[in-house]
Design a protein around this ligand. Structure first.
Ligand code: FMN
Length: 442
């Protein structure tokens, strides 16, 4: 059976890949940037809009890491605003399970589901670093090993809270003078390892019963969490073979939790650059990469591997001849560690730089990845569809490099080709996010 391609639109995050230096780049915080981006996604019949979250500004060498775009408003509040200016597009946001309480989370997400008529989704992340924790009352109290036991319990508790109001509980019947059917709605008791609460939940059952649950961690425990509890995964595995291996791994874990493979949608983060010819697309892609890796950013990214101040190095010059500093204290704070074996990676980078004659900036451009899909609209549509039909993905979370116009070309040029192939809806046929993805309501 031909699978449908799921499409999500990621308002690009706080990373060097978000280009703020281009004349076409608009505000990172004004509501009209979010609105314009979301409206474009809805025009393209996307399944959902997606926002990341950062709970502390990153620092590098003790300075705020502003080159990666700093200062973004709160995700759920932005989504609530977008609920008023869109009608069908799913609205999903990243919200941390470590630093938030399940009662608050459940209230806010059920509220978003009400405001949007059943279009809410929650990307549960678990970042537990003490640096971020300094912003919160409990500080960095959670051991890294516990991040998923807490996340699982937070989600379980939220599900219990969402289930406390049966459908049709509010009757508001003037004739009998009855407002709620059962007198004391929302009663709950949860006593567990991390959460010990009881009371009454304040928000009546929302249209989806519970929002779409998305997971975005990559470790073994993260994959098990997704296989057991999530409706979708935001993955980092974008190249075809890697994506296929990830897909098989995660879907293979599901039977152990009594679930069918089609109950979890796997959506790699994907970038794209289009051109009228393949060559033009490649040239544009190279230009975008140079915007994403400015000379200053090249040095900062190099420092993240070397874990050392390299501000004296020439971005066009050779890599450091010495090895990276191995230290638990990272030069970058507020970002997950990106390299398992820095010394080995540095050796590979040096070898590549010598082999291809690359200075620091060109080397960084090369090793920090190219865009996922580069080509003409026809070739990109064909490749996206191949990924889905050959089980490397169920769809994609597309991350343009610019706001608010970064999705325009895709929606104007690639979406019609996917629709022609019958793998993307010509119009919405359901009103809720779970409905768009073919998932049951609770
Ligand atoms: C594609 C992707 C996107 C993520 N986005 C965010 C984010 O926006 N905010 C955040 O706090 N963590 C984010 N994370 C972090 C993870 O959700 C997770 O909490 C962290 O990677 C630890 O889990 P792990 O050890 O299973 O990878 C992201 C992870 C992945 C793979």
């Amino acid at each position: 059976m031909t699978k449908q391609v799921i499409l999500a639109a990621h308002f690009p995050g706080v990373n060097n890949t978000t280009v703020w230096s281009d004349p076409a780049s608009g505000s990172q915080i004004a509501f009209d940037s979010f609105e314009r981006f979301a409206r474009t996604a809805e025009r393209g019949k996307f399944d959902f809009f997606f926002l990341a979250e950062g709970l502390r500004l990153r620092e590098q060498r003790g300075r705020i890491h502003d080159l990666d775009v700093v200062g973004r408003p709160d995700a759920l509040t932005v989504l609530a605003g977008l609920a008023a200016v869109t009608t069908r597009l799913g609205l999903t946001g990243t919200v941390n399970a470590t630093f938030n309480e399940p009662y608050e989370l459940a209230r806010k997400l059920a509220t978003l589901d009400h405001l949007s008529g059943g279009r809410a989704g929650w990307n549960i992340v678990t970042s537990s670093d003490a640096f971020t924790g300094e912003n919160f009352r409990r500080g960095g109290y959670l051991d890294r090993a516990d991040r998923y036991t807490r996340a699982a319990e937070v989600l379980q508790t939220a599900r219990e809270l969402w289930a406390t109001w049966p459908a049709g509980e509010v009757v508001a019947d003037p004739a009998s003078g009855v407002f709620v059917r059962h007198g004391a709605p929302g009663a709950f008791v949860h006593k567990g390892q991390h959460i010990d609460i009881e009371g009454h939940f304040t928000v009546p059952r929302s249209p989806q019963g519970r929002p779409l649950i998305i997971q975005a961690g990559d470790s073994g425990p993260g994959r098990d969490f997704a296989a057991r509890d999530a409706d979708a995964i935001f993955s980092r595995h974008g190249t075809f073979e890697d994506a296929k291996a990830f897909y098989a791994d995660v879907k293979g874990r599901m039977a152990g939790f009594g679930r069918r493979p089609d109950e979890l949608k796997i959506l790699p983060a994907s970038t794209f650059v289009l051109g009228d010819t393949e060559e033009e697309a490649r040239e544009r892609a190279h230009h975008v990469r140079r915007q994403q890796v400015s000379p200053q950013t090249a040095i900062l990214l190099l420092e993240q591997l070397w874990n050392k101040d390299l501000s004296d190095f020439d971005p066009e010059g050779p890599l450091p001849a010495f090895d990276p500093v191995l230290d638990d204290d990272s030069i970058i704070k507020g970002r997950a560690r990106m390299f398992d074996d820095p010394v080995a990676t540095a050796q590979q980078w040096r070898a590549l730089s010598e082999e291809k004659g690359l200075g620091i900036r060109d080397l960084i451009i090369e090793v920090f990845g190219r865009q996922t899909f580069i080509g003409t609209p026809a070739s990109v549509a064909e490749t996206l569809n191949r990924y889905v039909q050959e089980d490397a993905a169920d769809g994609f979370i597309l991350v343009p490099h610019i706001v608010p116009g970064g999705l325009d070309e895709f929606v104007d040029q690639v979406v019609p080709l996917l629709q022609e192939r019958g793998v993307l809806r010509a119009d919405y046929t359901t009103t809720t996010l779970r409905g768009h993805l073919g998932l049951a309501h609770e």
